[in-house]
Ligand binder design. Structure first.
Ligand code: FUB
Ligand code: ZN
Length: 650
């Protein structure tokens, strides 16, 4: 093993990260107790007033258990697959016999629906059986297969049962026989990436490297000349590309060139992020340095030119795509929930390749802001797009890509986001910490207990904190016997002047080594050793690079990892008229009656008064008003109204 390989990180098993109290634990509980059951009802078409899913019905029809017709989109099965993943993570952390049995029944139906040859996709089985693999550009067959594979792996890892794993293994074997550059094989790949990262997971779970080789085939074949997707298009006799590809052509699908030649993120944002996640996986598992270089280049480009302050990507509603560098409009932002989840997937894999604080900083930014915004406080409503500025009457007219921007809804015709949020929050333990051969790295601060083994010694970490509301994180280290190892604690880039106390002796974090954004605490740990990390969280006025023309000169308020916004509920309409004086003193307070309890930022602002004419050469009058900003991730939980992140100063 090379030195670098030895330093790769890995997640702890989910059951060994118990989130017990506080902000993240509360989201995880909500997903466990409300979101997963709610989504099961939605997937069974039992939620009155919500869009019909048809997911479970489709499998029952394909299995011959029910009469009826397929309902939904080509990729409808993937919604159910993501839910199975979420439910499996829930079983891993909180065993539940009823849910376990429900999954067993569902998996039995899926197994019955599977074709003799291993094929499984209810759209093609029920609607176009003669057209299998005929339109890889649009029809998402391998994307759906990827989600099924992820579900099979998650279910196996959570329960030890091989039922779904065997189903998806048979499907993966069919895919392996079908695709490739050998005689009689299809030299193609999917228009929507996902299969690649799923195959890596399958390879790891089954210790079958051939699945990783298949993933590498899909990555290497993508965008090669002659271009398979173009040839396929011609074969179907089509003379033009679909609407969402008009502007960027094959780059919409990251298929206009080999992936190693990508210099900027392009095209459909979720696809781009899933592709990058798989590239990072393969860079690691196959030791592929050129894939790693591409991942590094794309990472740099995304965080320097394409990332919203809320951790979202994909500014362009037309085709749900990445836009031009620095084009990050707050109002017509698309910032799909799934795309921010894709950012987190990519960042986690980069972090596992190399312990670097900026990767975990982005995970934190995306999670606490864009992804959090994707789900209502009660867990039964979801956002697909996550703009940073909304005037409802205007936003309703700009009904971009058919997604509602002004309030969350119970389900979508294209419901990719809700179960994606569920699987992410149900697997938060994968993001909180990771293990290195020399110690443990804490990335996200949340109250809970972690258990791991280092050099044969069992260690427990008990974390106590009210983060992100408060600044202190207390960690008790409990090795089964004294043990020398390193505890790496992330010092977020937003934090200046961290403090650390070890067994009561307090010092500036600066006196310890800080490597790539992590405080390195390397010592002989004894049971009961106490670390207290203090991450000061003043309210910061954040400014965008002036090349972000849509918000140049404005400020966004951030405290700790949370980006804040103004809501109409606190200030009335026309938030554009609210100005934040440069010298306004901003105070914080925990309001336990607001939005489930949160820290609000308060102060005095001014409001420009309506003018006498549409345009007027005179001074605009203004009056003072109390000002209250709330965490962006919690917006739109008090009815429909205006919201604004980027503010003008006065
Ligand atoms: O196309 C499948 C999923 O639906 C994508 O990832 C989302 O962007 C939405 O289009
Ligand atoms: Zn989505």
């Amino acid at each position: 093993m090379t030195k670098t390989a030895m330093n790769y990180l890995s997640a702890l098993p989910l059951r060994d990260v118990r989130l017990t109290r506080g902000f993240l634990a509360e989201r995880a509980r909500l997903v466990r107790d409300v979101v997963i059951p709610y989504q099961w009802e939605a997937l069974n078409d039992r939620v009155a007033g919500a869009e019909r899913s048809g997911c479970v019905h489709n499998f029952q029809v394909a299995a011959g258990e029910k009469p009826g017709k397929f309902h939904g989109l080509f990729w409808q099965d993937s919604d159910l697959a993501k839910w199975i993943e979420a439910a499996s993570y829930r079983l891993a952390t909180h065993p539940d016999p009823a849910l376990d049995a429900e999954l067993d029944r569902l998996i039995a139906t899926m197994a019955k629906a599977q074709g003799e040859d291993g094929y499984l996709n209810t759209y093609f089985q029920l609607v176009e059986p003669h057209n299998r693999w005929a339109n890889l550009r649009d029809c998402h067959e391998l994307y759906v297969a990827g989600h099924m594979i992820e579900a099979g792996v998650a279910h196996f890892q959570a329960t030890g049962k091989r039922t779904l794993l065997e189903v998806v293994g048979r499907f993966a074997d069919l895919i392996e026989r079908t695709f490739g550059v050998g005689p009689g094989q299809i030299p193609g790949y999917c228009g929507h990436e996902e299969i690649e990262l799923a195959l890596v997971r399958l390879a790891r779970a089954t210790a079958e490297p051939r699945y990783a080789r298949l993933a590498a085939y899909f990555i290497d074949q993508r965008g090669r000349s002659p271009n398979y997707l173009l040839e396929e298009t011609r074969r179907r006799g089509e003379d033009k590309l679909p609407w969402h590809m008009f502007f960027d052509g094959l780059a919409t699908l990251q298929a206009d060139r080999p992936v190693r030649e990508l210099a900027e993120p392009v095209g459909h944002a979720v696809r781009q992020m899933y592709l990058l996640a798989a590239m990072a996986d393969l860079a690691r598992d196959l030791g592929d340095a050129s894939l790693r270089r591409s991942c590094d280049a794309l990472w740099e480009s995304i965080v320097r030119r394409h990332l919203y302050i809320t951790g979202g990507v994909g500014a362009e509603p037309y085709g749900e795509k990445f836009g031009e560098p620095f084009d990050l409009p707050p109002d017509r932002a698309y910032a799909e929930t799934c795309a921010a989840i894709g950012v987190i997937f990519f960042a986690r894999r980069m972090l596992e390749l190399e312990l670097r604080g900026d990767y975990a900083d982005v995970i934190e930014r995306s999670l606490y802001n864009n992804v959090l915004s994707g789900m209502s406080l009660d867990g039964t409503k979801f956002f697909y797009v996550n703009p940073l500025e909304v005037v409802p009457a205007v936003a309703r007219r700009r009904y971009d890509c058919h997604q509602v921007k002004t309030q969350r809804v119970g389900w979508f015709g294209c419901a990719c986001c809700p179960p994606n949020v569920a699987r992410l929050f149900a697997s938060l333990g994968d993001y909180v910490a990771s293990l290195r051969p020399d110690g443990l790295a804490l990335h996200l601060y949340a109250e809970g207990d972690l258990r791991f083994t280092l050099s044969g010694k069992e260690v427990r970490l008990a974390v106590r904190t009210d983060y992100p509301w408060t600044e202190e994180i207390a960690i008790e280290v409990r090795p089964s016997e004294p043990a020398e190892f390193t505890v790496y604690l992330r010092i977020p880039a937003w934090c200046r002047g961290a403090w650390v106390a070890i067994n009561g002796i307090r010092s500036s974090a600066g006196i310890f080594p800080i490597a790539s954004g992590y405080l390195v605490l390397d010592r002989l740990w004894q049971a009961g050793d106490q670390i207290v990390l203090t991450l000061p969280m003043p309210v910061e006025r954040m400014r965008a690079d002036p090349r972000v023309s849509a918000v140049a000169g404005r400020v966004a308020l951030q405290r700790g990892p949370l980006v804040y916004c103004l809501e109409e509920a606190d200030h009335g309409a026309n938030l554009a008229a609210v100005r934040l004086p440069k010298d306004a003193e901003l105070t914080t307070r925990f309001d336990d009656a607001l939005l489930g309890g949160c820290v609000v930022i308060e102060g005095r602002a001014t409001r420009l008064q309506p003018g006498r004419a549409l345009y007027d050469a005179g001074e605009t009058q203004s009056v003072g008003l109390p000002f209250r900003a709330v965490p962006y991730g919690l917006w739109a939980n008090r009815g429909e109204g205006e919201m604004r992140v980027w503010l003008h100063e006065a």
